[in-house]
Structures are given as C-alpha cells and as structure tokens.
Design a protein around this ligand. Structure first.
Ligand code: URP
Ligand code: ZN
Ligand code: ZN
Length: 474
C-alpha cells in the first residue's frame, strides 16, 4: 500500500489566480504534493465539499512591533499580529524592519529578527525602511541585505523622522536598480502637509477630522507624480503603497500609458471608510480612523473599486498599524487627546482584509474569485519574490490554504484576535469568513477556534520580484 498523505482535503473547489477547479489536495510535510480526484487516503482528512478553497493570504504591508517615538507603542507584536492574520485567512506577512536615523540598517534588521523570532504563528518576511541612506548603507548594507533576501524597501516622502529628500530617493532607487530590488513609495508631499498643519493649528482646528484637511489629495497626487518621475530618471520599477483615490490613480495610469513599470497597492480603508469617519465635529472618536493618506469620499471609493476590478492595483494589503484607543500608548499618547497631527497614524486591518474583499468584492459581484486571489495572495507573493512557494495552490507550494464559510455575519471587534480595542469596520455586514486556515499543513484556525503555534512561522528570504520581467543591472 502507498504511503498515506499527512492530510487530504477532499472535494475542494480550488480557486487560483487563473482557474477554479474541483480537486482533492494531498499534503505531506507542509507542502502540497498532489492535486486530483480520489486521492489516496490521508492520516487526517478534511471534507471541503461545496466550499471554496483559496491560497492563504499574503499581506504585503503591515506594521508589527515597530519602534515608535515618545510613549506610543504598537499594540500587536509578531505573536498577536500573526494570530489575527491566521484567524482572518492570512498565512504570510511582510511587515517592516525600520531603520532609525543614525542606526545601521543591519542593526535594525537584527533587532526585528529578534523581535519576531519564535513568536510568529505563520511565515513572514521583512521589507526594509530606509530612513538614513548613508554611503555605508548605500554601498554596503543595502546590497548585502538584498543578496540575503531583503529585496524590497519602503521610502517615505513624508513624516519628519523618516522622510527622504529627492536626492536621497534617487540614491536609494539607484541601489534598487543595480541590485534588483523593489522600492515602495509612501507618496505625500511633506512640506505641503506641514504648511497646512501649521495654518490649521493656528486657527484652533485641532480635532481628528482636520487630519484629512491637512493631507488633501493634491499632496498625494504631487508626490505620486514626483515618485514616478524619480523612478523614470533612474529607469527602475516602483510600487506606490496605500493609494487612496482618483488623483493618485490618474498619475499611475498616466505612467503606465508611458510604459513605465509603476505598481500600485490599495487597502481596505480606501474602499470602506471616508473622511467622515474621522468625525464631523470636535469629538475624538475619529482618531480611530486617522491614517495616511486619509480616507477620501464615496466617489473616490468607487474609483478605487474600479482600479481593483480593472487591474490597476497590483496588491491589496491591510497596512495594519495597530494603536489602541484606550490606555496611554496608542491614539491617546500619555492618556491625552492630542491635536490631529500628533495622533499615531494607522488603522488595524490584518484580520479583516480578506473577508472584506471576499464579501464586498467577490460575493457582491464586483470582482471574480480569480482577481480576489490575485490581489490578496498571488500578486503579493510574486511582487516580493515569494512565489510559487507562497500565494498559490500548486504542487510544491507550501500548504497555506483557506476554506471559506459563506453566510451573513456582523463584524465585531470582540470576535477579532488582534490586540487592538477597536476595528474601524465595527458593525459591517460580511458575507463570508475563513472557516479553516492551514499554514504549512497545520490547521491553525477552525470553526472559530485558534490553535496557537508560536514559532511555527519562520523568516523567509525573498527573491527578486517576478512581476518585473527584466531587472536591468547597471
Ligand atoms: O497611516 C498609516 N498608513 N500608518 C502606517 C504607516 C504608513 O505610512 O504606512
Ligand atoms: Zn506609508
Ligand atoms: Zn504602512
């Protein structure tokens, strides 16, 4: 008799980025080893009859246990963040290893490696955040780290303690080109934001709602255009992160029409929130939804949906940035209500990303199941050099899978597993939620129960982006 599989998932309706098909899935040693009907027995078997099975999500933009200034601390570390991810159907995360000014990039990576070690329930990789591109960083550290599998880095065009000027951006882009890495740009014009903030505060406009007024869409449009121009000058691909609406999208479409390789990411907050969620009065409640760029309006939500459905967006990420409303380390630093410019930026979203897009995208008829898989798993894995190990259902790939339960449910923070005390999507009606999440062959979430395995996840080395056909070397 032939050796049984460790696990067989029977009668799955598998959806990949290109197909849907009925199959059994044979899994051994954490990998998919056979696909086909009536496979041999497994030591364990799961019947997925009548249910959709997709690749586990790859969340290519989330913040966990990042070092922040003053009293502020992120609420999720690599344990609670990956726990939330699993319960929401995400099985690979790419958070950030952020360099602090004056710090070596190598030291930053080692610090984040330590923070994650033994904590994560599922696999993860790191993007780098470059805030201090010294000659040592540009000539030695970055090239060496890229060769070791840290093949993407985020560049900030805003935030005083992180932003690079145009010359520095050109330097970093030029290293990306030379060594086959991908730069991700946070595109907002820092000087305009600073100027507007000064005016708003001087007029006594301090409430969270003024966060949106301090970062109108033109500051995103201008920086998006500038990022594209800088990348064109260097002749290297870039990815614009957390695109919020029409004017940035127009810049990206314009660049694509010129034949430039400009990839784009959007996030749930630009589909499901508007600036009104920052509050229309002086209440501090809107601090929950303070993130940058800010959510826009319903017309922009529709334009972002168009980019989701027509292929403009390459990846759909959470940009999970976990800060609590209660206590002294989150949205109320030192326990105080602060002016909008001092509210920690970001919203939680690791656990809700997949179900929100599955519900409002696939089950409400806006996108196909294939496009859903492409945006949430396959493209993020390809973009950051993790495919085909991650992001698909194929022989040889890691057995990272989600079996979906369809049916109406109301989203409640009480049901979530992050360490944040709110979700910006409280009360929303969902049409589906992961019924089972498998990571490298191990069931970590089933029928509403999380089965913790800290240390099951390990650090992945990323290869070059497979979305970029020819990374030209200098
Ligand atoms: O407001 C946001 N998006 N906070 C997270 C940090 C970032 O810029 O992605
Ligand atoms: Zn950003
Ligand atoms: Zn972010």
């Amino acid at each position: 008799m032939s050796t049984p599989f460790d696990l067989v998932i029977r009668n799955a309706l598998v959806a990949t980025a290109s197909d849907s098909f009925h199959t059994d899935i044979g899994i051994s040693q954490g990998r998919i080893v056979q696909l086909g009907k009536q496979l041999n027995r497994g030591i364990e078997e799961i019947n997925a009859e009548g249910r959709v099975v997709t690749p586990g999500g790859v969340d290519a933009h989330c913040h966990l246990d990042e070092i922040t200034s003053g009293p502020v601390r992120m609420a999720d570390d690599f344990n609670t963040g990956t726990r939330a991810a699993v319960c929401g159907g995400t099985t690979t995360l790419i958070p950030f290893a952020a360099q602090q000014r004056g710090q070596s990039l190598r030291t930053a990576v080692e610090e984040y490696r330590q923070r994650a070690h033994g904590q994560a329930h599922v696999d993860y990789a790191f993007h780098l955040i470059v805030t201090d591109p010294t000659p040592e960083v540009l000539e030695h550290e970055l090239p060496e780290l890229i060769a070791e599998g840290f093949t993407s880095f985020k560049i900030y065009m805003t935030y005083d303690d992180m932003k690079l000027n145009d010359g520095q951006i050109l330097d970093v882009l030029s290293v990306a080109k030379q060594h086959g890495a991908l730069a991700m740009l946070h595109a907002e014009n820092a000087d305009c934001i600073q100027w507007l903030t000064r005016k708003l505060l001087a007029a006594g406009n301090t409430a969270p709602s003024f966060h949106a007024s301090s970062r109108p869409m033109l500051v995103e449009r201008e920086a998006t255009h500038r990022a594209i121009a800088l990348a064109e000058l260097i002749d290297t691909p870039i990815l614009i992160v957390h695109v919020s609406g029409k004017e940035a999208i127009e810049q990206i479409r314009w660049a694509r029409a010129l034949g430039l390789q400009v990839f784009a990411e959007t996030c749930p907050q630009y589909l499901f929130l508007t600036a009104e969620d920052l509050g229309t009065d002086n209440s501090y409640h809107g601090a929950r939804c303070v993130c940058s760029p800010p959510p826009r309006d319903t017309a922009n939500q529709e334009i972002v949906w168009n980019g989701i459905s027509d292929g403009l967006f390459t990846v759909f990420s959470s940009d999970h940035a976990p800060f609590r409303m209660d206590g002294t380390q989150g949205k109320r630093p030192d326990g105080r209500e602060v002016s909008f410019d001092r509210i920690p930026n970001g919203v939680p979203g690791l656990e809700t990303r997949m179900a929100l897009l599955y519900s409002a995208g696939v089950l409400e008829g806006r996108i196909s199941l294939q496009r859903f898989v492409e945006l949430t798993a396959t493209n993020p894995a390809k973009t950051y050099g993790l495919h085909p190990r991650k992001g698909t259902i194929a022989i040889g790939s890691d057995a990272d899978l989600v079996i979906w339960d369809e049916g109406l449910r109301t989203l409640r923070n009480d049901d979530l597993h992050h360490n944040v005390d709110y979700t910006p999507y409280e009360g929303m009606q969902l049409r589906a939620w992961p019924g089972l999440t498998l990571s490298k062959g191990l069931v970590l979430w089933r029928d509403g129960q999380f089965q913790p395995h800290p240390g099951h996840g390990s650090l992945l080395a990323c290869g070059p982006s497979s979305l970029i056909p020819t990374q030209r070397q200098a």
